[in-house]
Write a protein that binds this ligand. Structure first.
Ligand code: SAH
Length: 228
């Protein structure tokens, strides 16, 4: 079963972009997932191809029109399409690994990318869009955010990561940040790989990694520990 992503955007030429390279790109070429970028402007209703207008109530900037977005969404997704419909939005629910896993276990996602000041509230309600934020900062458009969502999801799809296990003890999967990683050379600018990692004692290594993960999380993200 192919994970099917449809992205609605004013800049379809941004896709696949970084998603066409490395892990995600190989999986895309290999048919593990599919990506369709829909040009919202093609669904404009007037001959000037207007997609935005001034905000009701005044103020700076432009707002994307509900009618144009409705036409774009309705052309791209049928009513019985089981895929969740996401809207990238700084006001949305912050994206976490748990939601990423849920999305990866599903049939795909329809992702609407905003631009300008955002999109008309009525389309969010009328098409049941789930607002998703990638963090507490403001981007100029939803496209990089959609790429973040898809990158996080695609790497979890079966067959994408080389070692099936490598997703499991990563940051957030255990409720903790990941322990530090090392590789050759054994000594780098006077710094050695911690002795224990070279000991071959797998029990001791696992305990060290766990302790490091807990220490790092307590120091940097105490909120993750409180949440457990
Ligand atoms: N005026 C809006 C910001 C609009 S930014 C506000 O203050 O809330 C333009 C578009 O960029 C948004 O419609 C959204 O699609 C995208 N975007 C900006 N920041 C984002 C974030 N943190 N997460 C997800 N999408 C974001």
């Amino acid at each position: 079963m192919t994970f099917s992503a449809t992205v609605l955007t004013l800049f379809p030429e941004m896709f696949p972009g970084p998603l066409g390279l490395s892990l995600a790109g190989k999986a895309l070429a290999g048919g593990i997932w599919s990506l369709e970028a829909v040009d919202i402007r093609k669904h404009a209703l007037d001959r000037h191809r207007n997609v935005d207008d001034t905000p009701a109530g005044g103020g700076p900037g432009m707002v994307m029109r509900a009618d144009v977005l409705a036409a774009a969404i309705d052309a791209a997704v049928t009513e019985d399409d089981p895929r969740p419909r996401l809207l990238m939005s700084p006001r949305g629910t912050p994206l976490v690994q748990k939601r990423v896993r849920e999305l990866a276990a599903g049939p795909g996602a329809v992702i609407v990318c905003g631009r300008f000041e955002g999109i008309d509230q009525r389309i969010i309600e009328a098409r049941g869009l789930e607002e998703v934020s990638i963090g507490d900062y403001v981007l100029s458009g939803g496209e990089p955010a959609a790429m973040v969502v898809l990158d996080a999801v695609v790497r979890l799809l079966p067959g994408v990561m080389g070692e099936a296990l490598s997703g499991e003890d990563e940051s957030f999967e255990t409720g903790l940040l990941e322990h530090p990683q090392y590789t050759r050379p054994r000594r780098f600018e006077g710094r050695d790989i911690p002795e224990i990692l070279l000991s071959g004692d797998h029990g001791a290594i696992a305990r060290w990694r766990r302790a490091e993960a807990e220490r790092l999380t307590a120091k940097r993200r105490p909120d993750l520990i409180r949440k457990k």
